[in-house]
Design a protein around this ligand. Sequence first.
Ligand SMILES: Nc1ncnc2c1ncn2[C@@H]1O[C@H](COP(=O)(O)OP(=O)(O)OP(=O)(O)O)[C@@H](O)[C@H]1O
Ligand SMILES: [Mg+2]
Length: 264
Amino acid sequence: MRRRAVSAQKGGVAKTTTVANLAAAWGAQGRRVLAIDCDPQFDLTRALGTAPSQAPATLVEVLVGSATVDAALVRDVLPRVDLLAGHRDLRSLEVGLAGEIKREEYLARALADIDGYDELLIDCPPNLGLLTVNALFAAREVLLPVSMKDSSALQSAAEVRRTVAVLAERDIDITITAAIKTMVDHRRLAYQAIDISLQTLELPIAATEIPLTAAFDNSIVIGRPLVAADPTAAGARAYTQLADELAAKPARAEASSVVVASRT
Ligand SMILES: Nc1ncnc2c1ncn2[C@@H]1O[C@H](COP(=O)(O)OP(=O)(O)OP(=O)(O)O)[C@@H](O)[C@H]1O
Ligand SMILES: [Mg+2]
């Protein structure tokens, strides 16, 4: 089972959109997917058409040990996709975690016995707090969306890389397997500037770019990822292509190059 966390320190760079659409694409391709909403805003839970109150239990109960993952899941939110829902109480839980021993390992331990999935995909909040660190620790593989319309997204990419480097110094082997260019519009001046700076981060960059299109906003409103709602739309085709690309990419190949590149 491949485990990946989608993380970026910055808000609004398409983390949740990426998780929802990759999950839908892999599910449609016949892979079994477990999507995990690790964000107190629980946008992923909404993007997959459900709500914390509709889940038998959420990630909060799973992390405090009062529910098993199996008992908490919302099953078949999309074909072959199950969801472990988020909840706003993740915020207070995160504060409580700060005083605990092995506080970064809670999610990894909760997910230790998970079986029967090809892909486990975790949506992170827009910061590098303990929930995100738990997600990175549990997944060990990071996908990093970079909004190509906003140059501050780049700084966020550098921050995530630094966090990965700090964890690497503690012998925690976490790899950024792909930076993903989202909200791409080649006509925008910002694109070229961000693209050049992105190269200097020496991260592996996915070849597939996700176009800037309003269709993603509509899909959030209806609670169905674009890949499921309108698979032939340009944005949906891009995520399906990205799902193919990422499925074919080895989990560990870039590990040493990223760690070596992290001299910060
Ligand atoms: N390729 C795209 N083109 C246009 N709009 C997009 C694209 N991807 C995402 N969006 C829109 O941008 C907004 C932010 O997307 P999303 O919620 O996925 O970001 P996020 O990084 O998860 O945000 P947060 O940091 O709040 O969790 C949403 O309104 C979404 O519909
Ligand atoms: Mg989000």
